[in-house]
Design a protein around this ligand. Structure first.
Ligand code: NAD
Length: 494
């Protein structure tokens, strides 16, 4: 059994309860972890709160060195971490090797960004005065993380929160807590006790007490809209700050001026990466009608070549989905759209040869329209619905016909198409000809139902800093506008 990480120590839950973590590729139990409840949350919050009293004053350069050490330790054990990520999450090892490197890079990035400045000096309104805008930490930040990129989405919260002078409590997903606990062993123990804590448990039992606790002024959350709404409601009771990275139903436009071979490879990858379980997966494809038939034929043909199997590889493109429940959700959605008139061109079922594990064939669907849930709700599975459009105006209108606003993509050689779409589509990230690529320095987040706030970039550290204005007069003298008023100088309104 692995233990939780509280105040620099690995501990069991106070009640001694645990829950199992399974491998979605084999349906076998890998390990078990503590099932935290409110009393465990209390311990973690107390530890993080006590540690923050010193951490906030630790000089920027020292914090910077510590975060670089965390990044180094992660890189030293990259493969071991990636293997565990694969076993608990089901993404192919090759993708998890990337994820681990991105995590290290995020710690390196914020190590430098965080020591760069902590506010600004502004011009005063009178002589012999100085005015400072000072950025301060909030205190203890709760980081609640989903299962699809367990370490990456953790690092986007933890690295900037720490550099801003906060301490953190991480609540990993109940599906993927092991890799976060391994990181505590490998890297977080380099930090003073209590600066990073990891509490394992379920959303209602461990997540909610963390969100509701009076000593956790900020909650940084990535996950579903339903959970985000619940967290925002709990946080509102105490006027807490929330950063919400929620779901998406990203549109993907293919114009008629592209090399179809390249376009198909890009679109297929955006649809099925991590079995479509990416918040910015291409979830709705709009292809110009002039090339639609050819594009769809090639999309189906290429999809049929994808190799499903053991995510440890080698020679595998797609692993299993995360869970039985997630696969069933996708199956039910496909049943609904079939009843509504959609046609499944390939996939749409469990592969015959893989009888264990939550595998599902990558699926292409046509004859879809915006009355169907595939085009309106997040699917979070390996399903690519493709719709024909007359041209760029219709594609933009359909892209915007959504309650979400996380990301959007276009493939084109036309500057006019690309920039018209970039300006008009209401999303947090717009990708032109390079789907789903992140940049540590580029802010990431959603509009509308897709969330509040931004991660990464300068914006990503601002979310964890409060602003204080310090007004200073270096000459203590009586001001003419203090009591008693001198009425001979006329009335203020004159
Ligand atoms: P989820 O909302 O079910 O769970 C996310 C986390 O919240 C887990 O750690 C869970 O234990 C916790 N949680 C659940 N209920 C809670 C509660 N009542 N109070 C506090 N914590 C609670 O999401 P998931 O299924 O793990 O992840 C998939 C979702 O995440 C998808 O909707 C996806 O789009 C979204 N996502 C968004 C982004 C982004 O950056 N915008 C990135 C990845 C995933």
């Amino acid at each position: 059994m692995r233990k939780m990480f509280i105040n620099g120590e690995f501990v069991a839950s106070l009640a001694g309860e645990t829950f199992a973590v399974e491998n979605p590729a084999t349906e076998e139990q890998i390990d078990e972890v503590p099932r935290a409840r409110v009393e465990d949350v209390e311990q973690a919050v107390r530890a993080a709160h006590a540690a923050q009293a010193d951490w906030r004053w630790t000089p920027g350069i020292e914090k910077c060195e510590l975060l670089h050490t965390v990044a180094r330790r992660i890189r030293e054990r990259r493969e071991e971490i990636a293997v565990l990520l694969t076993r608990e999450g089901g993404k192919p090892l090759i993708e998890n090797m990337d994820e681990v490197e991105w995590v290290a890079a995020c710690f390196d990035y914020y190590a430098e960004v965080g020591r760069h400045e902590s506010g600004r000096v502004i011009p005063p309104v009178q002589r012999h005065q100085m005015n400072f805008v000072v950025k301060e930490p909030y205190g203890v930040v709760v980081c609640i993380v989903p299962w699809n990129y367990p370490l990456l989405l953790m690092s986007w919260k933890v690295a900037p929160a720490l550099m801003a002078g906060n301490t953190v409590i991480i609540k990993p997903s109940e599906y993927t807590p092991l890799s976060t606990l391994l990181l505590a062993e490998i890297a977080f123990h380099e930090l003073p006790p209590g600066v990073v804590n990891v509490v394992t448990g379920y959303g209602v039992e461990a997540g909610e007490p963390l969100v509701a606790h009076p000593l956790t002024p900020v909650v940084a959350f990535t996950g579903s809209v339903a959970t985000g709404r619940r967290i925002a409601t709990l946080a509102a009771e105490r006027i807490k700050k929330v950063n919400l990275e929620l779901g998406g139903n990203d549109p993907f436009i293919i114009c008629d001026d592209v090399d179809l071979e390249v376009a198909v490879r890009g679109a297929v990858w955006a649809a099925y990466l991590n079995m479509g379980q990416v918040c910015t997966s291409g979830e709705r494809f709009y292809v110009f009608e002039r090339v639609a038939e050819q594009f769809i034929d090639r999309f189906v043909a290429f999809t049929r070549t994808l190799r499903l199997g053991d995510p440890m590889g080698p020679d595998v493109d797609l692993g299993p989905m995360i869970s039985k429940a997630q696969r069933e959700r996708v199956e039910q959605k496909l049943d609904r759209v079939r009843e509504m008139g959609a046609t499944v061109l390939c996939g749409g079922q469990r592969p015959e040869k893989l009888t264990r594990g939550y595998y599902f064939e990558p699926t292409v669907v046509v004859d879809v329209d915006h009355s169907m849930p595939l085009m309106r709700e997040e699917t979070f599975g390996p399903v690519a619905p493709i719709m024909r459009v007359k041209g760029i105006d219709e594609a933009i209108a359909l892209a915007n016909d959504s309650e979400y606003g996380l990301g959007a993509n276009i493939l084109t050689n036309s500057l006019e198409y690309a920039l018209t779409a970039a300006e008009r589509i209401k999303v947090g990230t717009f990708w032109i000809n390079d789907p789903l690529t992140d940049n540590d320095a580029g802010p990431f987040g959603g509009m509308r139902l897709s969330g509040l706030g931004r991660e990464l970039g300068a914006e990503g550290i601002e979310e964890f800093r409060e602003t204080k204005h310090i007004h200073l007069d270096y000459k203590l003298e009586a001001k003419p506008y203090w009591y008693p008023y001198d009425w001979s100088k006329g009335r203020k309104t004159d």
